[in-house]
Ligand binder design. Structure first.
Ligand code: PLP
Length: 394
């Protein structure tokens, strides 16, 4: 347990602490509708024969391929492999992608990716997202990572924690340099339906540009990591998938072969997936609409706190902000992100993440929050932050 978590546990002994980086969909009031669960249950019991296969149930893979088709992304059912969640998808990819070459991961990044690489005894190489350009990909750093022997380039779009989606131009560029280096692109698109300004139809949400769309035209093998945990607010179902534009390549065969050892998906989860993607698009849309409303409310609230230097999020469920270091020192007696986070837990009973956990190491202290929670929770959290910043340290 690190110092921040110890401070939180101590503070919780005398009452509740407001968690402004809580990404629990259920606590945020977003749930999979019972009608979908019941329909999936009936469908599952009506199809009692379980045929274990490394790719997973064909009907579900077809539903996923059709879901991509709706967004004009061409994926065959043979190019979809079902897993028990994105964490396992990453594990399969890191364990099978070109030999022992490291993945190139973005920085800042959700710490999970490095953990999975480490579990696979792989030391990742990093490329940078540029804070001066609202965390756009720093192209020179991608080229350096490739020269250092990266075995694949990992995109996280929309990004956790930066709250940005990679635009079509950068997607094409990354696919192009990866193709030239003969390495694949892994694109984590678990937050794709949580993006500002998308055209959604009455029955389905839109999605951020996918690397699958440009990989094929450039001859790049693309492996998209996606699933139901975020888009359907259904982490408990544990259904993820990897989708590729090259279902006939050797990489795909080795991923399939590796998953044959696990056969990780449950038949019930597979049925939830097909029912949801065939009959539950309105639910996906309503989750995306709720997240967009919470993002707007967060932006309005954060704009009231003059000392926050916010990188306005346009996608995902996270946001990054900084506090100018002199101002931080005045309010908290320190300009260190971890010290400030500990002070916030102790003084304001407010929990958020210091930026260093995501690899953010800059002059001004940076922090990561999520606005997935109910609007009143986010408002309360921002009020506590504003009050702390208005106070001088004693
Ligand atoms: C960007 C990103 N990818 C993947 C995951 C893991 O998702 P899953 O619940 O499908 O394992 C997370 C979890 O928060 C995430 O933020």
């Amino acid at each position: 347990m690190n110092r921040l978590h110890r401070a939180r546990v101590d503070a919780e002994k005398s009452g509740e602490v407001l968690d402004l980086v809580d990404t629990h969909f259920g606590r945020a009031g977003l749930h999979l509708p019972e009608t979908i669960v019941e329909r999936a249950f009936r469908q599952w019991r009506g199809e009692p024969d379980y045929n274990a296969s490394a790719l997973g149930r064909l009907g579900t893979r077809r539903a996923i391929a059709d879901w991509y088709g709706r967004h004009k992304i061409n994926v065959e059912a043979e190019g979809v492999l079902l897993t028990a969640g994105s964490t396992l998808s990453y594990h399969l990819l890191f364990a099978t992608l070109p030999g022992d070459r490291p993945p190139a991961l973005p920085k800042p990044a959700y710490p999970l990716f490095e953990e999975i690489a480490t579990l696979n005894r792989i030391q990742p190489v990093w490329y940078a997202l540029d804070p001066g350009e609202n965390w756009r990909i720093d192209r020179a750093s991608v080229e350096r990572a490739i020269r250092r022997g990266a075995g694949c380039v990992v995109l996280v779009t929309p990004n956790n924690p930066c709250g940005t989606a990679v635009d079509a131009d950068d997607l094409r560029w990354v696919c192009g340099v990866a193709a030239a280096a003969g390495i694949p692109v892994v694109s984590d698109e678990v937050f794709a339906t949580f993006t500002n300004g998308l055209v959604s139809t009455p029955e389905a949400p839109g999605r951020a540009p996918s690397a699958l769309a440009c990989g094929s035209s450039l001859g790049t093998d693309v492996f998209v990591v996606d699933g139901l945990s975020k888009s359907a607010a259904a982490p408990e179902v544990k259904l993820g998938w990897i989708a590729t534009n090259n279902a006939h390549g050797t990489l795909w065969r080795s991923i399939e072969f590796a998953h044959d050892a696990y056969l990780s998906t449950s038949a019930f989860a597979e049925h939830v997936g097909s029912v949801l993607l065939r009959h539950g698009l309105e639910h996906l849309r309503s989750v995306a609409v709720a997240v967009a409303a919470r993002r707007r409310a967060f932006l309005r609230g954060a704009a009231q706190i003059e000392a926050l230097k916010l990188y306005p999020p346009a996608a995902g469920i996270h946001a990054v902000f900084a506090i100018e270091r002199n101002r931080a020192a005045e309010a908290f007696g320190s300009a260190d992100d971890e010290e400030i986070a500990i002070e916030l837990v102790r003084r304001e009973r407010l929990f958020l993440h210091p930026g260093y956990l995501y690899g953010i190491d800059m002059e001004d202290p940076h922090f990561v929050v999520s606005y997935l929670g109910r609007e009143e929770t986010t408002r309360d959290g921002l009020n506590r932050l504003g009050a702390a910043l208005a106070r001088r340290s004693t």
